[in-house]
Design a binder for this molecule. Structure first.
Ligand code: FES
Length: 115
């Protein structure tokens, strides 16, 4: 694991997120009220683009495809795919899986991520 500088703190306003490619991994960095966090950028259900999803309640990311919802800080599944009705039939083969998370640190106004 190594530490990579990704951008300036001011590049991601509170309540927003931004995608980065770092050392061959694609990750999404979020600026929440409580600080900066990062998860893998693709949903663990069927690889939906989380960047096109919504931040809910200030700490969860909802996938735009089948509405799986994850805790941004831990990556845990809060709600698994439930949209459109019937998608749950796929759950036999697509079991709940948490998002990978990455540590983000801020130093002198710059953001770093451990990948
Ligand atoms: S791809 Fe994200 S919920 Fe299905």
């Amino acid at each position: 694991m190594a530490r990579y500088q990704i951008c300036a703190e001011s590049d991601i306003p509170v309540g927003e997120m931004k995608e980065f490619a770092v050392n061959g991994e694609s990750l999404l960095v979020y600026h929440l009220e409580g600080g900066f966090y990062a998860t893998q950028s693709r949903c663990t259900h069927l690889f939906g683009l989380l960047q096109k999803g919504k931040i809910i309640d200030g700490n969860k990311i909802q996938c735009p495809w089948h509405h799986s919802c994850f805790d941004i800080q831990t990556g845990e599944v809060i709600e698994w795919a439930n949209y459109p009705p019937g998608i749950q039939l796929l759950n036999i083969v697509r079991k709940e899986k948490a998002l990978k998370t990455y540590k983000v640190t801020v130093e002198d106004g710059k953001l770093f991520v451990d990948v």
